[in-house]
Write a protein that binds this ligand. Sequence first.
Ligand SMILES: [Zn+2]
Length: 303
Amino acid sequence: MLPSADWFLSCAFSPSAAAQACGAQGIAVQVLGSGGPELQDKRASSSYLVWENGQARALVDAGGGSALRFGESGAQISQLDVILFSHFHVDHSGDFAALIKSSWFEDRKRPLPIYGPPGNDFMPSTTEFVSDLFGDKHGAYRYLSELLVPGEEGSYLMQPHNVVASATPIAVFHSGDLSASAVHVIHGLVPALAWRVEIGGKVIVFSGDTNGDGEGLVRLAKNADLFIAHNAVPEGVVGVERRLHMPPSVIGQIAADANVKHLVLSHRMMRALGNEDQTQSEIRKRYSGPITFANDLDCFPVK
Ligand SMILES: [Zn+2]
């Protein structure tokens, strides 16, 4: 007997059914968090999952709300080869501890490499961030220090690394057919990275938060199959908003200069939401490829 029309409808509109199919075959990126720091955007904060043939291979950022989306995606921490951080603002890192705690209940048997920026007077480095949470002496969650401190039980240990990058891409991580490289990007005074993930012959680039200054992001995004750029501000902003974030015209110029095949707009803050028509037309003046506005749990197969 054929399934009823109701069956098709319920599947078509069930986020969990759609989510669990993401990346079942080939390469896909799933948006775990498409929002910024404001809870009123009703989106999880920044986070992305790179899937290959049903395995969640890489996680990029872990903003607030993304741990729930991670669970909804059907992924497991034990599948991950690596976690990459763009920077340590709360909307990019706030759910990291929740993800690690969840992994306690999994059967991970290998180290978990974690890469992110170095620190400065305003922000911790990646190694500091992880030890501030899980260090055995002073970590906020030192009851989980077994997952960080060598010599304690288990083969599953977090392995945090600071990535000192420039405007020229540097190779950072390699595991099987997955590699990650990074450039330094400008995000006010916050040490920040953009990431390029190459997997199964496909290229996915994550801008992270940046005002788009400098040549690094164009170099990193060169010929990317998928470029996920952060649409945090509308066209025309000035002052601190412009110093921290790239307006649509800059996103469009970078996408065009880098010759990316598909542009996905995420990190959609309240001030950007509702301005999609203007945003798209500003980008269109410079970039002629496909443009998609991301929502939580959206799946982008990379063909
Ligand atoms: Zn942000």
